[in-house]
Design a protein around this ligand. Structure first.
Ligand SMILES: [Zn+2]
Length: 70
């Protein structure tokens, strides 16, 4: 699996994989709340590929910045 890079919004190095039910995964930053899009998968055997895809999106800066105060 690829390494999860630093958060491009707050530049902290604490981002991690979060699971969305049993059908999707995404990378999220616990500091600023930014996250990648959810990568869907079907079947446990495809989960690792979805995680890799989420990490690659995160590392490329394809992330959604959480607006504060919502
Ligand atoms: Zn962040």
């Amino acid at each position: 699996m690829d390494e999860i890079g630093i958060c491009k919004v707050c530049h902290e190095d604490l981002a991690y994989i979060e699971e969305e039910g049993d059908w999707g995964v995404y990378v999220t930053c616990p500091i600023c709340g930014s996250h990648s899009a959810i990568c869907e998968y079907s079947g446990a055997e495809n989960k690792a590929a979805a995680e890799t895809e989420a990490i690659q999106m995160w590392n490329m800066g394809k992330i959604i910045a959480e607006s504060r105060g919502e």
